[in-house]
Design a protein around this ligand. Structure first.
Ligand code: PHE
Length: 357
């Protein structure tokens, strides 16, 4: 009796399965495939040898061999799948770009994620305080005509008050008719004009934004700075409302340690007018270089809307009254964070900037 050609099939199958499991790469698997399941495999050799068997034995052996082949083919496909998945994961890992690092020469230097500047976050906090008090937030242009920046605010050409604002002029149209706004007050005019045109009085709004003056930068001044303007036009508004808003704001933004005071002042567009000041937080009121030894820092100006301004925008001063204020956002940041010299805000020294992330 001759031994069946399939006598070793179980061992041979196990051997093939072990070979498959040992493939470490898709290339190795592809190269070996003809020897595992293809024409040059033991399975094909066995298949040929079945021809010598009796028909019945051949049928049984054929079915047995078919079963072994299916097992081997299934294992091969599973391994191919596994290796393909691993290769893809590896390619992704290799391609990963770490945006937290920047390579300088051969050295990988971690860079931090950026954050808002101190002025931007201060502006947002101030807006939050006023929104909580019932104000809306509005926006206005940084390039203004002389009319919005001066005339409608009761500052006629050649009026000495123009000397209060050292103006940058834009070379556009007639000389000295287009300016970089010297304060946010022109936005009041836009707002009141719109309110009149759309029948939208009363107005309770704040208007933050960038302003420009031909100032030489010093501990308290920048040539490019930020203000937040406030405007209320309603019925029966008095100076007490204005003082209350200023007081509520300073308490909410600076906390109980900072005192505020109003001092009589002059602005062409408000009457009466006042300057409002807060305790210098650098010296706690003792007097220092930042506050020029006064113990107080001027934040801005305010006052009741001058009838001439209401008239310029077509609001009936018998029915409506109101107040306005405008103060420095950079100054607020300076006092809140005890920054002795405001120029630090624009020097872009990362050691300074990082403190306010
Ligand atoms: N616009 C004035 C300034 O920049 C401040 C101010 C605003 C005064 C509103 C009164 C009312 O000096």
């Amino acid at each position: 009796m001759t031994t069946s050609p399939l006598a070793q099939l179980a061992e041979q199958t196990d051997e093939l399965l072990a070979t498959i499991a040992a493939f470490e790469s898709l290339d190795a698997l592809r190269d070996a495939e003809p020897f595992v399941v293809g024409k040059r495999s033991i399975l094909s050799t066995l298949q040929k040898s079945l021809g010598a068997l009796e028909p019945e034995a051949r049928r049984d052996a054929g079915a047995q061999l078919q079963g072994a082949r299916r097992t081997v083919e299934t294992a091969l496909e599973a391994r191919r799948h596994e290796l393909a998945r691993a290769a893809r994961a590896q390619a992704l890992e290799a391609d990963r770009l770490d945006l937290g690092d920047v390579v300088v020469g051969a050295v990988s230097v971690p860079i931090g994620v950026g954050h808002s500047s101190l002025v931007a976050s201060t502006q947002r906090q101030l807006e939050d305080v006023f929104v909580a008090m019932g104000f809306t937030v509005s926006d206005g242009p940084e390039v203004e005509s002389d009319w919005y920046n001066f005339e409608a605010l009761n500052i006629p050409p050649a009026h000495p008050a123009r000397g209060l604002w050292d103006t940058f002029y834009v070379e556009l149209g007639e000389p000295e008719t287009v300016v970089l706004r010297t304060h946010t007050s022109p936005t009041q005019i836009h707002l009141m004009e719109n309110a009149v045109a759309t029948n939208a009085l009363p107005v309770h709004s704040v208007m933050p934004g960038r302003c420009y003056r031909r100032d030489t930068p010093d501990a308290r001044h920048l040539a490019t700075f930020h203000q937040i303007e406030g405007l209320v036009v309603d019925r029966g508004i008095t100076f007490a409302d204005l003082a209350g808003v200023i007081e509520t704001f300073t308490r909410a933004y600076f906390g109980p340690d900072v005192e505020s005071r109003l001092r009589p002042a002059y602005f062409p567009f408000t009457e009466p007018s006042a300057e409002f000041e807060v305790t210098c937080t650098i010296c706690r009121g003792e007097g220092c270089r930042t506050c020029s030894n006064t113990g107080w820092i001027e934040l801005g100006g305010c006052g009741m809307l001058d009838p001439a301004v209401l008239e310029a925008v077509g609001i009936d001063g018998d029915e409506w009254s109101g107040f306005a204020f405008g103060f420095g956002i950079d100054r607020c940041a300076q006092m809140r964070h005890q920054i002795a010299d405001m120029r630090a805000l624009i020097e872009n020294d990362v050691r300074f900037l990082r403190q306010f992330s």
